[in-house]
Design a protein around this ligand. Structure first.
Ligand SMILES: [Zn+2]
Length: 378
C-alpha cells in the first residue's frame, strides 16, 4: 500500500480531468472538521471529485478563526479521507487574501504559503481582488496591482512546489463589494484583461473567481432573518465565460458564496461547465451548529452567550439572532476543545447530516462521475 494512498491530488488534475464536462466540483470550506467524513463519504458514493478548502481568515499560522493551522487542517482532512478511503480530492488554500500589497504583507503571505505547501496543500487561490485602482482609466490600470501581486505569488508557489503540479485560482472583482447602487459585478473585459495579463507574465490559472452577485455567508431580511440568496447574476456569469472562451483563455469560473442559494435553482440554472468550482462554506458550519443545538444544548448555550456578549456592542440595532448568526464563526476557536470532544452520537449526527446534504449538492452540481474522470486522467 502506498503511504499516501488517500492523500490529496493536485488541483490541476481535477480541473483537467473534468475539462469539457458540464459539472461543478464542490469546494467545501470545512471550518469544523467534524463534517469532513460525511462529505468525503458522499463524494465516494457519488463518484464526485472534491476540494477541501480553507481560507486565510479561517486558517493561518496562528490558527485563524477556526483554530486550525494549515498543518492541523491538512491532517484532519487526510484522516477523514483515509477513514472513508476516498482518493479524488485536492487540498485547497482558499482566499489567500492580500489587502494592501506592501512588502511586509507579501512577506507574511509567503510564510503562510510555505506552511501550506509543507502541510501538503495541492491547490491555491490567490485573492488580490481588493487591490483595485478606482482611478484607473483602463482595465489594465485598474487591475495593475492585482496583476502584479497575483503573478508574484503565483511564481512563488510554482517555485516552492518544485515541479509538483498544483491547482491555481485567482480573483478579479471583490466578492460582495457594494457601491451606492448595490453589488459591483465583474465585467467580461475585466476578466479577459486580467487573465491575459497573467498569461503574459507566464501565469496560467485554472479557475477565476468573479464578483457575480453572491456574498459570503448568509443573506438577511430587514428583521435579521436568514433568507434565500437569489442574487447571483447568471447572464453576467455566462457572458464572462463566453468572453474568456472567445479569447482562447483556458480558465473556468469559481462560484464563491453558494450558501443560501436554493439547490433546485443551482441544478436547473447554473451554467455547469462555465462554473467549474463551487465554494460552500457557511453551510457546513450551519450543519454543525444546528446539530449542537439539539445534541449539546449546554455547549450551544455557552457558545451563544459568548458570541452575543462579545459582539453585541459592535452591532447596535441588530437582532440577537443575526448577531449570533454572523459572528458564531469566531466562537469556533474559543470552543475548539469542547467542539472536538462532543459525544459520539453528536459526531455521528453531524456526519450523517453532512453526508445527506453533500448528496444534494453533488446532484445539483452534476458532479457524479467526475472522480472517475479525474482518476483516468491522472
Ligand atoms: Zn470566497
Amino acid at each position: 500500500m502506498k503511504q499516501n494512498e488517500y492523500g490529496p491530488i493536485p488541483g490541476s488534475a481535477i480541473f483537467s480531468g473534468i475539462s469539457g464536462k458540464k459539472a461543478i466540483i464542490m469546494a467545501a470550506n470545512v471550518r469544523i472538521a467534524l463534517v469532513a467524513q460525511g462529505i468525503f463519504k458522499a463524494a465516494k458514493d457519488t463518484d464526485s471529485a472534491l476540494f477541501m478548502e480553507i481560507a486565510r481568515s479561517e486558517s493561518d499560522l496562528k490558527g485563524g478563526y477556526t483554530g486550525m493551522t494549515p498543518a492541523a487542517f491538512a491532517e484532519k482532512m487526510q484522516e477523514a479521507a483515509k477513514a472513508v478511503q476516498f482518493d479524488a480530492w485536492a487540498l485547497h488554500a482558499d482566499h489567500i487574501t492580500i489587502k494592501k500589497g506592501d512588502s511586509s504583507e507579501i512577506e507574511q503571505t509567503k510564510q503562510l504559503i510555505d506552511a501550506q505547501i509543507a502541510a501538503g496543500y495541492t491547490s491555491f487561490a490567490i485573492d488580490a481582488s481588493h487591490l483595485f485602482n478606482f482611478e484607473g482609466k483602463t482595465v489594465k490600470e485598474e487591475l495593475a496591482e492585482n496583476i502584479r501581486v497575483t503573478s508574484d505569488l503565483a511564481h512563488y508557489i510554482k517555485n516552492k512546489m518544485n515541479g509538483q503540479d498544483f491547482g491555481l485560482e485567482v480573483e478579479v472583482g471583490e466578492i460582495g463589494r457594494k457601491d451606492g447602487e448595490g453589488l459591483i459585478l465583474t465585467k467580461p473585459e475585466e476578466a479577459v484583461g486580467f487573465i491575459k495579463a497573467l498569461n503574459e507574465s507566464d501565469v496560467y490559472p485554472h479557475v477565476l473567481a468573479i464578483a457575480n452577485g453572491s456574498t459570503h455567508g448568509h443573506t438577511y431580511d430587514a428583521n435579521g432573518n436568514v433568507i434565500e440568496q437569489l442574487s447571483i447574476d447568471i447572464p453576467r456569469t455566462k457572458e464572462i465565460a463566453q468572453a474568456l472562451r472567445e479569447n482562447n483563455l483556458k480558465v473556468g469560473i469559481a462560484q464563491h458564496g453558494i450558501t443560501g442559494t436554493p439547490r433546485d435553482l443551482i441544478n436547473l440554472h447554473f451554467p455547469k461547465g462555465d462554473i467549474i468550482k463551487g465554494n460552500v462554506g457557511t453551510f457546513w458550519q450551519d450543519v454543525v451548529f444546528s446539530t449542537l443545538k439539539v445534541y449539546e444544548p449546554a455547549l450551544y448555550k455557552d457558545i451563544q452567550e459568548w458570541t452575543l456578549e462579545k459582539y453585541r456592542s459592535a452591532n447596535p440595532g441588530k437582532k440577537d439572532r443575526q448577531i449570533f448568526d454572523g459572528n458564531c464563526k469566531f466562537a469556533i476557536k474559543e470552543f475548539y476543545k469542547e467542539i472536538y470532544s462532543v459525544e459520539k452520537d453528536t459526531e455521528h449526527a453531524i456526519q450523517a447530516m453532512a453526508y445527506a446534504e453533500s448528496l444534494i449538492f453533488f446532484k445539483a452540481f452534476s458532479s457524479q462521475g467526475t472522480a472517475s474522470l479525474v482518476r483516468k486522467n491522472s
